[in-house]
Design a protein. Structure first.
Length: 151
């Protein structure tokens, strides 16, 4: 029987596979300075030797998942970048996994995958709020009271 020696997917080939420290323990997250200090060598190693930075970023989606740890040569806490390795490549905007944006299904999709609403879906959500509020009631003054006040 022949066993493959080449990794079957890019995930099996990442330099950080089976290494500790890329996802911190809870005590490190409570202290951002401790997390940055512990993660700086890992973050720099990621920038220097990992050929899968953009794929890793697409897979982890740190903002949407409120990720804590090292991903794409950056340290993330609660889905926000707190430190970036020297020479880290720019990250492109990720395509939405919400479905068809600009529709009520797209609004629901953003919520389902934990993404903030895009511009199109924000408009749809605002219009839905206005419709659910109902028609505005405009009070008109009666003519009798107006003329009595003028006299």
């Amino acid at each position: 029987m022949i066993t493959p020696t080449k990794p079957s997917t890019w995930i099996d080939a990442v330099p950080c596979a089976a290494k500790d420290g890329y996802v911190p323990v809870a005590s490190q997250v409570d202290s951002p300075s401790d997390l940055i200090a512990a993660s700086t060598p890992l973050m720099q190693d990621c920038a220097d030797s990992c050929p899968f930075i953009s794929r890793c970023y697409e897979r982890v989606r740190p903002e949407a998942g409120r990720f804590d740890g090292v991903c794409a040569a950056r340290v993330w806490i609660n889905g926000r970048v707190v430190a970036k390795a020297e020479g880290a490549p720019a990250l492109s905007k990720l395509p939405s996994r919400a479905g068809s944006c600009g529709t009520s299904g797209g609004v629901a999709g953003h919520g389902r995958v934990g993404e903030p609403l895009c511009g199109e879906c924000r408009e749809v959500a605002l219009r839905a709020q206005v419709r659910s509020a109902g028609p505005a009631s405009i009070r008109k003054r009666s003519r009798g009271k107006r003329s009595a006040a003028a006299a």
